[in-house]
Ligand binder design. Sequence first.
Ligand code: GSH
Length: 216
Amino acid sequence: MYKLHGFSQSGNTYKVALLLQALRQPWTPVHVPFADFAAGVTRSDAWRQEHNAMGEVPILEVGESRLSQSGAIMVYLADKHAAYGGQSAEERHEVLRWLFFDNHKFTSYFATYRFMKAFGAVAPDPTVSKWLRSRIDNAFGIVETHLASREYMVGLQPTIADLSLCGYLYFPSEESGYDIGGQFPAMARWLERVRQLPGWKPPYDLLPGEQVAPRW
Ligand SMILES: N[C@@H](CCC(=O)N[C@@H](CS)C(=O)NCC(=O)O)C(=O)O
């Protein structure tokens, strides 16, 4: 039984949960309460020593091992269960390319922007928000163009590249202010397709932790 440490507001945790569902693997959540996370528990020395030196969720417990980094965890699971990793060496390379893009340019800016707007202790700085929006619009534009002529990010089947990139896009739009359907129609159609995967559920139904109203 896999154990997945995280919480419902964490899109990075949600990516791994979606993959476990799609693989139909039994898993159980280990709840890191959002209030504790916001208070900095995952950055404490004790937590880093016991759980993850990087001070982050998600963590996937597999026997005695604690795996971190959603991208690396998804590659591990896709390899182990021989699914969602790409159909050929070329596709697997392409999957990695999009995973790195997601972690550096897509999820990173969007998750930060959403966190500041929905959960930040102080109102977002407009200059920082404007800069992040320009980075997000660029990254979203790249994916929108890529998806205009194809159903999934790599090849003809869904892969972990899709599950990684879409992890933050199923949260309520008021948390980020981004209207995917209105601004990015090819991405919206792709999200509908990914939603058809086995065991798909929205983040606040799949992971522990109450939904809270956006603060700003
Ligand atoms: N690239 C990492 C990012 C993980 C990450 O940023 N997780 C957030 C929660 S969604 C976190 O734990 N942040 C704590 C921090 O940055 O101090 C992954 O994909 O797992």
